[in-house]
Design a binder for this molecule. Structure first.
Ligand SMILES: Cc1ncc(COP(=O)(O)O)c(C=O)c1O
Length: 423
């Protein structure tokens, strides 16, 4: 079992006792173990990797490559050549849209869903200029992917299906293994946005059978500026490079160049060495907690949160009611919320938050006065907001250091906010 109070003691920012941090879907706090690993690298072997023929550079290279192996194993990838270090999920998906996009032609189709984060939408939209068509699968009234609608969007021309594993707004956990099957039956590639799943549940890229998966270190207790693109090595091998420069080449002549082996072909320039080492320490930390325990804790907490939410009049929350298919994010609005509009995106676009509602920004500022940090806004999912018929939501997101006590603080403060704004 995971004891969140005990876990929180490893996080200096939380142990002061004046912060209830409920914004881990945006970025997580960092335990001392991660900070120590980065500090130790700086103090004992800071140097560049893959080039120095001297002791500390060899040590730095070894730590960097060990980090790659460790992180590969964490997501079930046996071959570290399929683990490319990038800055974050956003960069990983841009890498894919650029490299895969060069191989697409006018009329080819890409299937996404309306619940995608902008980073799994905008990079694909770039390809419209070459005539690529983007199709969006819809959601049902509980914010689950509509499987029939998805099936109808995947067809003969589909080349890529790219979907989030867990929605950063709805919390919906999508059945990615089934989705992979659906995509592969149509001879399409299948990409998973794992930004909100890799940090929160046991996961194995081999059993999902995704072709590519993207995730970010800063959402899983690691530092910012380091993320991963996992890819099946045989597929990565066939892609052209993304950025050109040092380390990604085998040989450069005045009239051209040849490319380095995987994964270096995609890691141009000096990489984020300390970031990789920090992320590896974060992976050790999570493994130590046990990913089954992490997920179980989250499900129990969400079950509690949803029950508490039901006690607050005028509170609407989004996403599946079953904690088994709901991640650690809890998005909500308070007040007269426009009805969920299944019919028309156009209608919902004109629905504004009414004056009787508490605006998510007001809720967030009010909660901040009690030391509670939640997110307010569109959460980089504007098309989803439109689909839900709202401009914005408040979002409390929970992680390994959050307890029922944090949820209680949130709901007490929300009741107080309602009273304060009613005056
Ligand atoms: C589902 C999802 N995908 C992608 C991203 C983008 O992550 P990053 O900003 O680390 O690139 C986020 C960030 O919130 C996310 O929640």
């Amino acid at each position: 079992m995971l004891d969140p109070v005990r876990v929180a003691k490893d996080f200096p920012i939380l142990s002061k006792g004046d912060l209830t941090y409920l914004d881990s879907a945006a970025t997580t706090q960092k335990p001392v173990q991660v900070v120590d690993a980065i500090e130790d690298y700086y103090y004992s072997c800071n140097s560049n990797v893959h080039r120095g023929i001297y002791r500390i550079s060899e040590e730095a290279t070894e730590r960097y490559e060990k980090a790659r192996e460790n992180i590969s194993q964490f997501v079930g990838s046996r071959d570290p050549a399929g683990t490319v270090f990038v800055r974050n999920t956003t960069e990983a998906i841009n890498l894919l849209s650029y490299t895969l996009g060069r191989q697409l032609k006018a009329g080819d189709e890409i299937v996404l869903s309306v619940m995608e984060h902008h980073s799994n939408m905008v990079p694909w939209q770039f390809l419209r200029e070459k005539g690529v068509v983007i199709r969006y699968a819809d959601i049902d009234s509980e914010g689950r992917l509509d499987p029939e609608d998805l099936k109808s969007k995947i067809g003969r021309k589909t080349r890529i299906v790219s979907l989030t594993h867990v929605s950063n707004v709805l919390g919906t956990v999508n059945p990615v293994s089934e989705l992979a099957k659906m995509a592969h039956e149509a001879s399409s590639l299948f990409i998973v946005d794992g930004a909100q799943s890799v940090p929160h549940m046991p996961l194995d890229v081999k059993s999902i059978d995704c072709d590519f998966m993207a995730f970010s270190g800063h959402k899983m207790l690691g530092p910012a500026g380091i993320g991963v693109l996992y890819g099946k090595p045989e597929l990565l091998m066939r892609l052209p490079p993304f950025m050109g420069g040092g380390d990604m080449i085998r040989e450069v002549r005045l009239d051209g160049a040849t490319w380095n082996d995987l994964p270096y072909k995609f890691e141009a320039g000096t990489p984020n060495i300390e970031g990789a080492i920090g992320l590896s320490a974060a992976v050790d930390y999570l493994r130590n907690l046990g990913m089954d325990n992490v997920r179980r804790h989250e499900m129990e907490l969400m079950d509690y949160v949803m029950k508490r939410a039901g006690e607050i009049e005028d509170l609407t929350y989004y996403g599946p009611r079953d904690p088994k298919v709901h991640g650690g994010v809890f998005s909500f609005n308070i007040g007269q919320i426009p009805a969920f509009d299944l019919e028309s995106e156009l209608n919902s676009r004109h629905l504004k938050i009414s004056s009787q509602e508490l605006h998510p920004h007001d809720i967030s500022s009010y909660l901040d006065q009690s030391g509670i940090a939640v997110r307010a806004g569109h959460h980089c999912a504007m098309p989803l907001m439109t689909r839900l018929g709202v401009q914005a939501t408040s979002r409390a997101s929970f992680y390994v250091y959050n307890s029922r006590d944090d949820a209680d603080k949130l709901f007490i403060a929300l009741e107080n906010a309602k009273k304060a704004f009613a005056r």
